[in-house]
Design a protein around this ligand. Sequence first.
Ligand code: HEC
Length: 161
Amino acid sequence: MVLSTITRPAAWVRCSSSESASTSTSRKSTPSAPARPTGNPIDIGAKLGLCLCLALSTPTAALASEGASEALFENKCAGCHANGGNVLAAGKSLRLEDLQRNQVAEINEIYSLVYSGKGKMPGFGKDCAPAGQCTFAARLSDEEVSGLAEYVDQRARDGWN
Ligand code: HEC
């Protein structure tokens, strides 16, 4: 928590300064010879670094990307909810009919349930309590829980196809 608030802005600053440096050089060199490598390993390295830097920094912003939520779902939820099912509680699957009947069809309702847990489902939110109702594994950030709630909502609307 403390770590991420300190490192994130620093990484971003580094990122944006290398961005402006390398875009200004690449603008000049690319139009004349786009296919031929210029043979400057430092330049190539800088561009690669820029790509990686942007790829790593964007998903940590407010919206967890869909791909990140999908991976999180596979990792944290699919053990009990593969293909939107529920191996522990029949009638409480992640299919739209069940979500609607059980009053968890709204994104904020899914968010609360995933955050705090219910019955045999552990909560994953960072301030989930009491501990016995919560996962013993690493907790998820609020952004990750939001991303998962949106992911479940979307998949439910698509019929988990
Ligand atoms: C240990 C198994 C387990 C894991 C892991 C688990 N769940 Fe659940 N989940 C359940 C159970 C059991 C219920 C039924 C809870 C109740 O209402 O009693 C449930 C219910 C739900 C519901 C409401 C379904 C309905 O129709 O009422 C949603 C949404 C949900 N889980 C999402 C998730 C997400 C997202 C994750 C991953 C972060 C997750 N679950 C991880 C077991 C699990």
